[in-house]
Design a protein around this ligand. Structure first.
Ligand code: FES
Length: 64
């Protein structure tokens, strides 16, 4: 499903970027995928997806 229509970014793309790079803030996420850079309507949903995906990453991956 597309989250950001302006930049054609899907939830899958966001989840993959979060899993791989574990951004701590939405600003960091924006450096990884171009969400929220145009109209901004996707920001709330994209942030929720980021937080949801961060919750699912086991703690040990943070120190690996
Ligand atoms: S929908 Fe993401 S910036 Fe417009």
């Amino acid at each position: 499903m597309y989250v950001c229509l302006c930049n054609a970014v899907s939830d899958k793309t966001i989840r993959q970027a979060v899993r791989r790079y574990q951004p701590r803030t939405f600003q960091q996420l924006k450096t990884l995928v171009p969400v929220g850079t145009q109209c901004g309507k996707c920001v709330r949903v994209a942030r929720q997806i980021m937080e949801d995906e961060l919750q699912s990453i086991p703690e040990f991956e943070n120190i690996a």
